[in-house]
Design a protein around this ligand. Structure first.
Ligand SMILES: NC(=O)c1ccc[n+]([C@@H]2O[C@H](COP(=O)([O-])OP(=O)(O)OC[C@H]3O[C@@H](n4cnc5c(N)ncnc54)[C@H](O)[C@@H]3O)[C@@H](O)[C@H]2O)c1
Length: 323
């Protein structure tokens, strides 16, 4: 049985990935997560609860900045694959506090690369982001767009991560796939993301805020599709070095997202306008031809179906267990 080391596995995408990896019975999963407090630790504990006691699952509460601690984990687990998801993730907070983003997202990534190199990891899958494109790349975003300039330090750390990963491929032959995720949503959603915040507020009859007149567009991608791409990437033979967009491939404006969510929930939202943040991009849209070609992957879940799954999960989990 092959071991996959998943950093950030207690989080949103990570916990969905673990469920999928364990369900096939093909993989052991070792998780490294420091349970950081960027959002409620109780939510992260809840994300991991289904795997408690699973024979193929082990959890290490560990900071990726603790190189010696990480090394012990690599020594014990000898992972074939690394999926590196651990990161600071808030585009806006990164503007106010870039140093912590630089430390965790760049130095933390280098720690993992060093160990992946030393322990002969077969494939290194990295969670990059659509944030690397900023506002200057042409829509739909293509991986080789020369006009990509992140407008948040968060996006800049993700681009740096890709650059460092390339050097490990070039110098040590570390097979790596950088996946640029576009706005994932679904079960175990991060509570600071718009689909979650709106679901929460609409279900509770509270007012929601919509920024910039609701015209900003995002390529919302169901998390099950995101996870499908991660698994295909880690199973890719002779990966070399790749950068791939992982999105649904069709942008929706905030207004369209709201209309879809109101339809799924069956309630009209009370809406208040607010200005948008300067580090928020106007539009994201993934060109996914390369991911289709290299991974044989395609998103399957429409916005309406994905939002239904988010709402069902929210009612059965967050509304029941947390408030
Ligand atoms: N969710 C999205 O739409 C999206 C889009 C683009 C990129 N990404 C990237 O995908 C990855 C996963 O995102 P997510 O939405 O699941 O976020 P998340 O915050 O739910 O998960 C990240 C996890 O990393 C852990 N972590 C943070 N700092 C750590 C440290 N120093 N040591 C160990 N663990 C640490 C956190 O505790 C958390 O559980 C991140 O790298 C993020 O930047 C996500």
């Amino acid at each position: 049985m092959k071991t996959v080391l998943v950093t950030g596995g207690a989080g949103f995408i990570g916990s969905n990935l673990i469920r999928e990896l364990l369900s096939g019975g093909q993989y052991r999963v070792a998780v490294v997560d420091n349970m950081d407090s960027s959002y409620e630790v109780a939510y992260k504990e809840d994300n991991l609860r289904p795997f408690d006691g699973h024979e193929n699952f082990i959890f290490y509460k560990k900071d990726i900045l603790d190189f010696a601690g990480l090394k012990k984990i690599f020594e014990k687990e000898k992972p074939e694959y690394v999926v590196h998801l651990a990161a600071k993730t808030d585009t806006r907070k990164a503007v106010a506090d870039p140093y912590i983003y630089e430390a965790i997202n760049i130095k933390g990534t280098i720690n993992l690369l060093e160990l992946a190199k030393d322990y002969g990891v077969k494939n290194f899958v990295f969670a990059s982001s659509s944030s690397v494109y900023g506002n200057t790349a042409s829509v739909p975003f293509k991986e080789d767009d020369a006009h990509s300039f992140a407008i948040s330090p968060y996006g800049a750390t993700k681009r740096s991560g890709e650059f460092f990963i390339y050097t490990y491929y070039h110098n040590f032959g570390l097979n790596s796939v950088c996946l640029r995720f576009f706005n994932a949503y679904g079960e175990n959603n991060r509570p600071d993301m718009v689909p979650y915040i709106w679901t929460d507020k609409i279900l509770r009859g509270e007012q929601i805020e919509i920024s910039g007149g609701g015209s900003r567009k995002r390529d919302y991608t169901y998390v099950g599709d995101t996870v499908g791409a991660i698994i295909k990437a880690l199973e890719l033979k002779d990966a070399g070095f790749e950068i791939l967009n992982i999105g649904y491939g069709r942008p929706y404006s905030l207004r369209e997202l709201l209309a879809a969510l109101e339809k799924v929930i069956g309630t009209k939202a009370k809406v208040k306008e607010r200005p948008s943040h300067a580090a928020s991009v106007e539009e994201t849209c993934a060109d996914i031809k390369k991911a289709k070609l290299i991974l044989g992957w395609e998103p399957e879940v429409s916005l309406e179906d994905g939002l239904s799954r988010l709402v069902i999960w929210f009612k059965q989990n967050r509304m029941k267990n947390f408030k």
